[in-house]
Design a protein around this ligand. Sequence first.
Ligand code: N1C
Length: 248
Amino acid sequence: AVVLLLIIAIVLAVILSPKDFKSTFMQRCKNFNGNNCAAIWDAFQKAYVNRDQCDVPPEAYDSLIEAAPLETSCNRMMFWSKTKDVAQDLAAKKNCSTLERTLLGSILDGLTWCGKRGSNETLTEGCPKWDDCVKNPVRSFWNRVSAAFGDAACGDVTVMLNASIPTPFDPKSIFATVEVKRFKSSKVKKVTVVLVTDMNSVTNCKNKSLQDLQNMLDKGIIYSCLEVQKSRIQECISDQNKSCGSCW
Ligand code: N1C
C-alpha cells in the first residue's frame, strides 16, 4: 500500500507540477501588482515551450521584456555577485533595486522551468542544470533580464561583492559577462564596490579581479571600492541611525 501511495504521489506531482509552476508565476505576478499577468505569462512561456531544452537563446525572452519592462530608479540600483542574501536584505531595507525586486526578477527568482519538443507544457523536473548547456531556459532568462537591468543602470550604482572567495569579480559571472558591460558613461556616474569582508576573507580591494573590473568600465565612470565588514552591514540593515551608504 505504501508503495502504491508513493507511486500515486509521484504521478500526481509530475502531472500537477506544470500547473503549480503557472500558479506560482501568476501569484507572484499579482503580488507584485503586475497588471497584465496573463499577457506576461503568455510572453514568458513562448520563449521556451516546444523547444529543445538546450536551444533557448537569451533573445527568446525579448518579447517578455517588452511585455514587462523593468522599472528602476537612478542612484538606487544594486548589483551583486556571490552575495545574494546580504544584497537582498540590504536592498529591502534601503529600498534599493536589485533585479529580484523588479517584476520579472521577483516572479522567477528560485524557479526552474523548461519545455520540450512536440509539447506546449512547462516542465519543472528534468530540466538542464545551469552548466549542462549554455542555452538552457533558466540561464538564458537570467542573462537576458540581467542585460536589461544593466542597460537600465544610471547614476551611482552599488555592487556587493564577496571577499571570502579568491576572485570576487568572477569573469564567468553574470555580473561580469553581462551587466558591467552594459554600464554606459553617459548614464552611470559612479560604481561603488562594497566588498563584504568577514573572518573568512581571503582578499581585499587590491584584488586583481577588481582591477579587471575597473579596467572594464567605460572611461568617465568613477570607480571606488570599500571593504566593509559583514557585521557592519548587518548593523546597516538593522539600525536606521547607523551611518552607511545609500544602498548599504
Ligand atoms: O552570476 P552572478 O552571481 O554575478 O549574477 C548576479 C547578477 C546580479 O547583479 C543580478 O542583477 O546578475 C543578476 N542575477 C539575478 O538577479 C539572479 N537572481 C537569481 C543573476 N542571477 C540570478 N539568480 C540566480 O543566481 C541564477 O540562477 C544564477 O545561477 C545565480 C547567479 O549568482 P552569482 O553567481 O552569485
